[in-house]
Design a protein around this ligand. Structure first.
Ligand code: FE2
Length: 268
């Protein structure tokens, strides 16, 4: 079974209103001519209007930052299940597909803006995977597991205090499907099903269509439905900004800036 057909190449849009509609229906859209991080946030505000609760800069993705943040996370201890946090320290490897903010559970943003300020000279192609489309491609028993069996969505050392199916319906009535490399079952008997889901998502990345964003292009993503990432690159000048937005449909909206690198660690 090839899961590559769940890969999503975002359709180009030209206005905030069109972006809103295309993201709602198709899960992602692509816009060009975004000159700065502030312009990206301005586009997001125009797109989401009165439904916007919070928007803010989150990640400045460069090779140097990946290496520096990777070193901090590598020094953090394993959790009580022996799971160890890691971030994509080696940028020459493809990133695990993920929803941004997965460490924060219900506080993850429902809208994501990925602004390519400077593409890599070589490599670093982007990928998006439509999680809902992928669930529809799964064998029936695995799709049933994904829809019904609660699992642990926490990142090692950052407990969430609740378990949910991989695909759930939010209080606002919207589907939310999640993937990151640290998903774990509640019961060890369910490891084969969880691993099958992890493998299906990575297979979709490795067999699906990828796309290249040029300088000033921005992917706008339904972060509850679509997993994202990039393939490997080495160019030290590549720069991508990740901006997080929360709407009135988000499960929970944080009242602070979320710190991915130090999440779960004692303050001080
Ligand atoms: Fe990300």
């Amino acid at each position: 079974m090839s899961y590559g057909s769940a890969a999503l190449v975002p359709r180009r849009v030209s206005s905030p209103a069109e972006a809103r509609e295309v993201v709602e229906v198709e899960g992602a859209a692509l816009v060009s001519g975004i000159a700065s991080e502030e312009a990206a946030m301005e586009f997001g505000r125009a797109m989401l209007g009165d439904d916007l609760v919070r928007i803010g800069r989150q990640i400045e993705a460069t090779r140097a930052n990946a290496e520096a943040e990777g070193a901090i996370v590598d020094a953090q201890p394993a959790d009580e299940r022996g799971r160890k946090r890691e971030v994509s320290r080696d940028t020459t490897l493809p990133m695990p597909p993920h929803n941004d903010g997965f460490a924060f559970g219900d506080e993850a943003p429902d809208r994501l803006f990925l602004l390519q300020a400077r593409p890599a000279a070589d490599g670093g192609e982007n990928f998006l995977i439509d999680g809902l489309a992928l669930v529809d491609l799964l064998p029936a028993a695995l799709a049933e597991f994904v829809r019904t069996v609660p699992i642990d969505h926490s990142e090692p050392g950052i407990p969430q205090g609740a378990v949910h199916p991989i695909l759930r319906t939010t209080p606002a009535g919207l589907p939310q499907v999640r993937h990151h490399p640290f998903l774990a079952p509640v019961s060890d008997d369910d490891w084969p099903a969880v691993r099958a889901w992890l493998d299906a998502v990575v297979s979709a990345r490795d067999t699906g269509t990828r796309f290249r964003m040029e300088a000033g292009e921005m992917a706008i993503v339904d972060n509850y439905r679509v997993f994202h990432g990039r393939h490997g690159y080495a160019d030290p000048n590549r720069l991508l900004y990740s901006i997080w937005g929360w709407t009135t449909s988000a499960v929970a909206v944080p009242r602070r800036v979320l710190d991915i690198v130090h999440a779960g660690q004692p303050v001080g």
